[in-house]
Design a protein around this ligand. Structure first.
Ligand code: ZN
Length: 372
């Protein structure tokens, strides 16, 4: 059985983007309601992992805040100062739709710290897999600006920290329903980091994450975007892993795998229009752990990103956690509400995206040509 670790910290749950409605700050025409990105959902997720007994299979670790040295691996000093100063005021936007409260700067350093320390522990062989249940999320944060709930880019910093510790080639898979523009931008010209993103086509940021964005300069071919049409479900996601992620990973031969493991591509999420279930997340997680066993001596770290369904997010985190622990998928009382829907099957217009990547992405087309 695997020896996985679980990284989380109470203060991550104290970060709060402030009063809003959905994700929009209170203002003209907007009565205060409930922010989607709130700590109770994270607490409920961790609570379910504990109540189900699955946490007993993990070693729980409390991270320490990331240092300036860690943050500077990706971010500019001005960006770090802006996050710290806005948070010290107790409220405000530290970037573009990146609202903070008094605890946010501390929480953001803990979120990065968790991902860096989990990655280090996996590289040193103390654990073979890890899950980081962190807030705020990270994949939209760019080197010089916070964006869309993300303050620091947790996974990007972890990748750079891994390289600092001798893991030369890092594969990052991002299955959050939004495109991880911050991760892509950080590594767009880097030949040693392969960034793969499976996201809803045209969702957020607008015009970001196109199939034609494949890396530049020395990093040409090391960015792979899989923009699936709205309505894609279980089969489309598994096909993306089988036909795009797996062959690309084998061709790239990474030393470490990091997964930006948002759970907002579910059929109950208010921020996306996808159809995934706990079974999808369990299966994708198992496939990635198998790939890590094959390519990286099992070294793989999952970091929480988006997830906005108050009722379904805990079950999706449990689906991910059970697979990391090598356990069967959980009993999911919500599964019946999603699994019979026709969108769970791979549809021709979804398949077209995969076929285009197979035939024309520089990293994959070469393999297709070589195949008998
Ligand atoms: Zn997201």
């Amino acid at each position: 059985m695997p020896n996985p670790a679980w990284y989380s910290h109470e203060i991550c749950f104290w970060h709060d983007p402030g009063p809003g409605s959905g994700y929009v700050p209170v203002g003209p025409g907007i009565e205060p309601l409930r922010q989607f990105a709130v700590d109770p959902d994270l607490r409920r997720s961790e609570g379910l992992v504990k109540a189900s007994g699955v946490m007993d299979h993990f070693t729980q670790v409390s991270p320490v805040p990331a240092s300036d040295e860690d943050l500077l691996l990706v971010h500019t000093p001005e960006h770090i100062d802006r996050v710290e100063a806005t948070s010290a005021l107790g409220a405000g936007d530290a970037g573009v739709y990146a609202h903070v409260n008094y605890h946010s700067a501390h929480a953001a350093r803990l979120a990065v710290g968790a991902c860096v320390q989990a990655t280090t522990a996996v590289l040193e062989g103390r654990f073979d897999r890890a899950y980081c249940l962190v807030r705020p999320p990270g994949h939209h944060a760019e080197p010089d600006r916070a964006m869309a709930l993300c303050l620091y880019n947790n996974v990007a910093v972890a990748a750079r920290a891994a390289q600092r510790r001798g893991a030369r080639r890092v594969l990052i898979l991002d299955w959050d329903v939004h495109h991880g523009n911050g991760i892509q931008r950080t590594f767009y010209e880097d030949p040693d980091v392969l960034y793969l993103s499976i996201h809803q086509e045209g969702l957020f940021p607008p015009a970001s994450g196109l199939v034609t964005e494949t890396g530049a300069g020395p990093g040409a071919g090391t960015t792979v975007n899989v923009p699936l049409p709205a309505g894609s479900g279980h089969e489309a996601y598994l096909a993306a892993i089988t036909r795009v992620v797996r062959p690309a990973a084998r061709a790239f031969a990474p030393d470490l795998i990091l997964v930006a493991a948002g759970v907002d591509a579910s059929g109950h999420d208010p921020m996306g229009r996808m159809m995934c279930t706990s079974r999808t997340f369990h299966t994708m997680t198992s496939m990635m752990c198998d790939l890590a066993d094959e390519l990286t001596a099992g070294r793989i770290v999952f970091a929480h990103e988006g997830g906005y369904s108050a009722w379904y997010q805990p079950m999706l985190v449990l689906g991910t956690a059970t697979a990391i622990a090598g356990l069967p998928e959980p009993q999911d009382p919500f599964l019946h509400s999603l699994e019979h829907l026709p969108g769970q099957r791979l549809r021709p217009h979804q398949n077209q995206v995969l076929e285009r990547l197979e035939s024309r992405h520089p990293l994959l087309a070469e393999l297709t040509e070589r195949a008998p």
